[in-house]
Design a protein around this ligand. Sequence first.
Ligand SMILES: Nc1ncnc2c1ncn2[C@@H]1O[C@H](COP(=O)(O)OP(=O)(O)OP(=O)(O)O)[C@@H](O)[C@H]1O
Length: 191
Amino acid sequence: MQVTDLTLSFGEKQVLDRFSLKIPQGVTVLSGPSGCGKTTLLRVIAGLEQPQSGQVEGIAPAETAFLFQEDRLFPWRTVEQHLTDVLPRSRWNEVPRWIALAELKGEERRRPAALSGGMRRRLALVRCLALGGKLYLLDEPFTGIDPERTRRLMAFLRELGTPVLLSSHETQVLSLADQVVQLGGYPLHIL
Ligand SMILES: Nc1ncnc2c1ncn2[C@@H]1O[C@H](COP(=O)(O)OP(=O)(O)OP(=O)(O)O)[C@@H](O)[C@H]1O
């Protein structure tokens, strides 16, 4: 799958200027200064934003799974219910496995207000992964997650067998990526 010659402006502000990218298997990390267009690019691929020109090929919006920059958890649903909400009943036996991946064992009955920021982020991430898709679009998935858990989750994403496009500023995440793409401005990190 790939995007070709994407151009998008918000009024006078040009955010994408004939931007092209091939998205292979593995984890591709979008990096670049705040406001350079990482979220906008993810939103275009997910069909949430229309570019003025250019193409997204090999993937339909409905085949993507999107993790928003905000957790978007439901205050009244427990950890476990966040997963049963997105899985068909025939797959509820997977819930313990997703909870283990999020390292939230023992927290199944808690609601988001009783979790730490990193725990909430891990729950939002595994909910997105459980939902499934042909391409995962993850906007700052590791915010608030400690480096050791980030490393374990990156290893999982690289082995998924489904391409992942994620945005991150974290040096550790860039160093663990299969592909790093610098958007806008100056290079923040040289690998
Ligand atoms: N709906 C919108 N209307 C107008 N301007 C917008 C809109 N969405 C984004 N922008 C602008 O587009 C630019 C890129 O924003 P975007 O959120 O894609 O950046 P980003 O690289 O994801 O930033 P960050 O790392 O801070 O999340 C910014 O200048 C932002 O103000």
